[in-house]
Ligand binder design. Sequence first.
Ligand SMILES: Cc1cc2nc3c(=O)[nH]c(=O)nc-3n(C[C@H](O)[C@H](O)[C@H](O)COP(=O)(O)OP(=O)(O)OC[C@H]3O[C@@H](n4cnc5c(N)ncnc54)[C@H](O)[C@@H]3O)c2cc1C
Length: 540
Amino acid sequence: MSPLRHRATYRPGRDPRAVFHPAPPPAHPAEGQDAARRVVVVGGGIAGISAAVALAERGVDVTVLEREAQLGGRVRSWDITLPDGSASRMSRGFHAFFRQYYNLRALLRRADPTLSALRPLEDYPLARADGPGDSFAGIPRTPPLNLAAFVARSPSFTAADLARVDLDQALGLLDLEFPRSFHDLDGVSASEVLDRLRFPAGARDLALEVFARSFFADPKEFSGAELLAMFHLYFVGSAEGLLFDVPRDDYDRTLWAPLGRYLHEQGGRVRVGASVTGVTEGDDGGLRVHVGEETLEADAVVLALDPPSLRDVVAASPALGDADWRARVGGVRSAPAFAVGRLWLDGPVRGDRPPFLGTSGFGPLDNVSVLERFEDHATTWSREHGGSVVEVHAYALPAGYDEPQVRRDLLAALHAVYPETRDLTAVHEEWLVKADCVLVGTEDWGSRPGVATPDPRVVLAGDAVRCDLPVALMERAATTGVQAADLLLTGWGLTGHGVWSVPMASPLRGVTGPARRGVRAARRVLGSQSRAAASRRRSR
Ligand SMILES: Cc1cc2nc3c(=O)[nH]c(=O)nc-3n(C[C@H](O)[C@H](O)[C@H](O)COP(=O)(O)OP(=O)(O)OC[C@H]3O[C@@H](n4cnc5c(N)ncnc54)[C@H](O)[C@@H]3O)c2cc1C
């Protein structure tokens, strides 16, 4: 049962300030219909599954068409066979399921009410090539205590650095309110935001490495508003903290196959291996969705696609939308390519290596995961073979990258971060280099295509779709999926679901006069704490 039905008592996480955004009211009383409305959802990633579930739960006749052999999209996983004949799994690798991902978690709860498929990771450590790393373990989760504790403890913020941070700019920039803040920072990049704050170099790395690069973008290209939305989501605007969970086993077994079964129980259908080539108008006012030679009739279509596929399907469907909307869809940008490598090593990495480690300054390497620490299939392989399953990620590869060189650089970086891997041999390697993620750039927020389109029968969902709530990536996909379904449902006079988000405004909003002096005093205290922590680190 949808947890949203118990809105009066239900909280999506620990933050009492989490906000429920109801669906629009039904446009008119529901008309008596002989047959259920037929909706085709194109794309079976998080956004498509989210839309399909929301529609099927309201009795809509839903068919999901997915090009690949599994649901899950960029978070899908698939079976592989290792050289010794044993079965294993591959995916695009490590994904952090943050506690603030309220709508994604509500989706997963449909098939797994206690979220037993997820396990928490205790920390989000960062290793830096040029100095001490950072850690988020044990930091309070409630703002602004979380920020104060992190700044006081982090070697990235020395007392001198702290004194240089432009406090007025900082308070001004963190005075966030959505969606206004998205528009206010039109044209401003993540790099420029940190320049304005006069952020210390170490803390810049932290902000950019942990946040901007995980958005597959060079910080100079990446939206400053999106970076600040991240600060809001994880630090100043939410009490859920920078804590996240990861699936206990491969994504298909733990997440998407169970959700596919749930969708089936709700009367929905999933067709995998079905690549949509275009959408045309039917003679009866409906739409026709083309899959090769086959045509499916639909009353409405949800396009829940990755950026290149969205551009392609819309380009191949001239009947959809108007010229302005089609141009805006055509303008959705793809982020630079990313690389994921998974290595089955013939010996173990050191016992104290964390499950996940963010890295900065080690060539193209952005993070390393030791999979046997959290995914059951890798734990089993590691136990049976005495080895480790290690995964490396590199985001925002430079234009014209050379794939063999990227692999060599990533392996060299792995050897630098975990030197014991130099003496280990990979009995199997899987590599993926793709460029199908969205680049949230500095272009005007309002110019991005949103969930609604000029045609009420066509809605968009996905992490490339504008959503005015402080959500991103997987959560933006899950949220826009529900919003797309709600737009169709309420347009037909049916009841929508609504979505949750972290608070829409920062608690630092309107910090003026005496309060600002209070913040200055707090900075002096933090400065002295920071000096004390630095001297403790030196004496260790
Ligand atoms: C390496 C990597 C790491 C990431 N880490 C994180 C993380 O830690 N946290 C986080 O929140 N996000 C992370 N992300 C981002 C996350 O994967 C995406 O935000 C999310 O999966 C997007 O979901 P979606 O449904 O919008 O799109 P997709 O998952 O791309 O779904 C689109 C679907 O459409 C299908 N399709 C395409 N064309 C057609 C067609 N013509 N016909 C039928 N089907 C079609 C595709 O096969 C796909 O299944 C990461 C992404 C990558 C690549």
